[in-house]
Design a protein around this ligand. Structure first.
Ligand SMILES: [Zn+2]
Length: 255
């Protein structure tokens, strides 16, 4: 199973991956019934979740019902418990929208919920995050989850995100950050998928962020302090919801 999932992840183009994943993972639901793990996104319970990972397969990662991963469950819990996202109508820009969130976010925010991506078949607006086709001070909330490591000029993208956010607005700007790295590692000469995987951990990653990721967000104008929300939730909930071990929350405000 692990090998099959890794093969599919590495060989099916990203834009088709979710369709294939939805069909395949739903077939597994009857075999994973149980009560040990709860997916906070879809509310279903399982004995265990599916393994998932491009290079190293992680156990208990993918919800077979809604396709949430560890980081999605963490974001969901943060939004639900720490922000008014689910109770207050607002203008939302959701970049590189994840399938597991869209149905729920759209139901809550209605017309104010805009999904955007360069190639995803799910997105309402086709756009490059380096040139966002919206006026300044337009959105109350921006959700940008694991996208910036794929973007050519991430600093430009961050300036664009800051521009279209309203003063008083906030953004969740999640990226994979290597806590063992002080400085972000990037090299424009590394362009082949194989070399990118070797240097940055995935075939379509253009850099490996280090602890200075926060500085990059601040450079664009955001006020941000990384939050170890998994530690705040505690070990019992980390296991219950199968949350990531190493992901901090980057709640970035435009003050
Ligand atoms: Zn789920």
């Amino acid at each position: 199973m692990k090998t099959l999932i890794r093969f599919l992840l590495q060989n099916i183009p990203r834009k088709y991956l979710q369709r294939v994943a939805i069909a395949g993972s739903r077939l597994m639901v009857p075999f994973l019934k149980g009560h040990q793990i709860e997916c906070p996104v879809c509310g279903k319970h399982f004995r265990k979740l599916l393994p998932y990972g491009y290079v190293i397969s992680r156990k208990n990662a993918l919800c077979p019902h809604c396709l949430s991963l560890e980081r999605h469950r963490l974001i969901w819990l943060f939004l639900k418990r720490e922000t008014p996202f689910f109770t207050q109508p607002c203008q939302v820009l959701h970049l590189a929208p994840e399938y597991c969130f869209m149905k729920y976010f759209s139901a809550v925010q209605g017309e104010g919920y805009i999904t955007a991506d360069l190639e995803s078949p799910w997105a309402k607006v086709k756009m490059n995050v380096e040139e966002i086709p919206f006026p300044e001070n337009h959105f109350d909330v921006i959700l940008c989850n694991h996208l910036l490591e794929h973007v050519e000029d991430d600093r430009k993208a961050l300036r664009e995100l800051f521009r279209v956010l309203k003063p008083g607005g906030w953004a969740l700007l999640q990226s994979p950050v290597d806590a063992n790295r002080e400085k972000t590692y990037e090299d424009r000469a590394i362009t082949s998928p194989e070399e990118r995987e070797k240097h940055f951990g995935q075939k379509d990653h253009l850099r490996a962020y280090g602890k200075d990721y926060t500085d990059r967000l601040r450079e664009a104008g955001f006020t941000v302090n990384p939050l170890d929300y998994v530690a705040i939730l505690g070990e019992d909930l980390q296991k219950r919801y199968a949350l990531p071990q190493n992901e901090l929350i980057y709640y970035a405000e435009k003050k």
